[in-house]
Design a protein around this ligand. Structure first.
Ligand SMILES: NC(=O)N[C@@H](CC(=O)O)C(=O)O
Ligand SMILES: [Zn+2]
Ligand SMILES: [Zn+2]
Length: 349
């Protein structure tokens, strides 16, 4: 059956392998948006201050569980924020106790709340060696921060200058390149024999840099890594719909208030938790690949993280355009929901 004749699609319940839930009033407002459809999510540790120890990850997990709406079935998968002072023994203990699922590497200064990240990659070698030993994955924000490198090249340069040498020194370390935005990253992941995967966001499958800059500047499309030219977006779509097990969904849904986004120096991050599944169904339908949606959202991620896919399912049905809120209210101010620029016909039922 051609995709345009499919009007109903049942998939294993999806997971989000890269998510920002924040804390406090923001956490309370955004968590239900994810828990509505997703069973599990890798929760990013870039709070202020960051989640750097096993004890802090456990406390953060408790705050997330406390903020869950009654009856919600959602499991946060916690991460530690890697710093040059991270203690390999603390990482090992947190992993053994089942508190953490991954460690997150932010190059210092690369993105929102990354000031405590890594400057000297040699300083984190003992932690990375230990992670390889115990099989704990490293999630990587893959952009160099050198101000002389053009912002549109920062991912490609990171692959050559940081990732290649890192994987050569430590081939057993299991790495997820987060939110890839370039053909370069797609090729690099495809060429890797093992221990490398990539998450792709909802918005990078939909927007290119023209959406941000042509005809007026659109801060709600600004995120890091910044969206690249159209050829790169097309490469991301091809990777996502290919069924290749090394590519899976990480929405990078990253809420910032309107006040944070709409200022002379606005925050990076796009909030997609509310309409991600509807957006993805449109993307996969347009690519004639609706049957691969389940692999991308529900199967490939658990396979990499060595977990079972979720036992329960969700059903998407195609019909009249779905209404979704333009913004959600939070105790910290309104947060704008990603507008893909086309009607969404698929709803989760
Ligand atoms: N993606 C973003 O633009 N922002 C993220 C941080 C990140 O994932 O790099 C955030 O925390 O706001
Ligand atoms: Zn990032
Ligand atoms: Zn992120």
């Amino acid at each position: 059956m051609p995709d345009r004749q499919i009007t109903e699609l049942t998939l294993r319940r999806p997971d989000d392998w890269h998510l920002h839930l924040r804390d406090g009033a923001m956490l309370e407002a955004v968590l239900p948006e994810t828990a509505r459809h997703f069973a599990r999510a890798i929760v990013m540790p870039n709070l202020v201050p960051p989640v750097v120890t096993g004890a802090q990850a456990m406390a953060y997990r408790d705050r997330i569980m406390a903020a869950l709406p009654a009856g919600a079935d959602f499991t946060p998968l916690m991460t530690l924020y890697l710093t040059e002072d991270t203690d390999p023994d603390d990482v090992t203990a947190a992993h053994a106790a089942g508190i953490i699922t991954a460690v997150k590497l932010y190059p210092a200064g690369a993105t929102t709340n990354s000031a405590s990240g890594v400057r000297d990659f040699d300083k984190v070698r003992p932690v990375l060696d230990r992670m390889a030993e115990i099989g704990l994955p490293l999630c990587v924000h893959g952009e160099v921060t050198d101000p002389s490198i053009d912002i549109f090249d920062r991912e490609a340069v990171f692959i050559d200058k940081i990732l290649r040498p890192m994987r050569k020194k430590n081939p057993d370390l299991r790495i997820v390149m987060e939110h890839v935005t370039t053909q370069n990253a797609v090729d690099y992941v495809r060429d890797a024999a093992r221990n490398l995967a990539a998450t792709i966001t909802t918005h990078h499958l939909i927007i290119n840099r023209n959406h941000i800059l042509a005809g007026g500047i659109r801060p709600h499309f600004y995120c890091l890594p910044v969206a690249k030219r159209e050829t790169h977006r097309v490469a991301l779509v091809q990777a996502a719909v290919s069924g290749d097990k090394r590519f899976f969904l990480g929405t990078d849904s990253a809420p910032h208030t309107e006040a944070g986004k709409l200022q002379a120096c606005g925050c990076a991050g796009i909030f997609t938790a509310t309409n991600t599944m509807s957006c993805l169904a449109e993307v996969f339908e347009a690519a004639g690949a609706l049957r691969q949606l389940e692999a991308f959202t529900s199967l490939n991620g658990p396979a990499f993280y060595r977990m079972e896919p979720n036992a329960d399912t969700i059903t998407l049905t195609r019909g009249d355009p779905v209404a979704y809120p333009a913004r959600i209210d939070t105790g910290e101010g309104p947060v704008t929901v990603f507008d893909p620029g086309f009607p969404l016909h698929w709803r989760v039922t």
